[in-house]
Design a protein around this ligand. Structure first.
Ligand code: DQA
Length: 149
């Protein structure tokens, strides 16, 4: 478990590649998963890659990985901007949490500028496309090796 990163995706991210490609690009969630696995493997880490459209399923995944894992990368989708329940779950985490958005939420509608997830996040990625997931994993690997030293 301590070599495993949870990569957690929220609502509508199952449609990545088909959904507003001018904003989110043409890569699919399966492409993002492959990139995450490859990146993690380069650091001797594993990825548990999940997606759900249901808030409670996301919360239960956070509970599973809140201790003992190598960290959590979360793209909570629209729940980023609405969910106190996901914030409360993230606030129970003893492992680093990286918030990740494919688009640059700060140059979009004002309602996307506020993030509940950020209140619990160690770091935030936005606007790097799916490459942001790889950058987030690299950072978790860095934290893990730094803390082991
Ligand atoms: C998103 C940005 C959110 O505002 C939006 O609701 C999403 C995706 C992103 O990855 O850019 O579903 O989190």
């Amino acid at each position: 478990m301590n070599d495993t990163i949870l990569v957690l995706n929220g609502p509508n991210l199952n449609l990545l590649g088909k959904r507003q490609p001018e904003i989110y690009g043409h890569e699919t969630l399966a492409d993002a998963e492959a990139l995450c696995r490859e990146t993690a493997a380069g650091f001797g880490l594993r990825v548990d890659f999940r997606q759900s459209n249901a808030e409670h399923v996301l919360i239960e995944s956070i509970h599973e990985f809140r201790t003992g894992s190598a960290g959590i990368v979360i793209n909570a989708g629209a729940y980023t901007h609405t969910s106190v329940a996901i914030l409360d779950a993230l606030n129970t985490c003893e492992v680093p949490v990286i918030e990740c958005h494919i688009s640059n939420v700060h140059r979009r509608e004002a309602f996307r500028h506020h993030s509940y997830v950020s209140l619990a996040a160690t770091a935030v990625m936005a606007g790097f496309g799916t490459y942001g997931y790889a950058l987030a994993i690299r950072h978790l690997a860095h934290i893990k090796s730094r803390d082991a030293a």
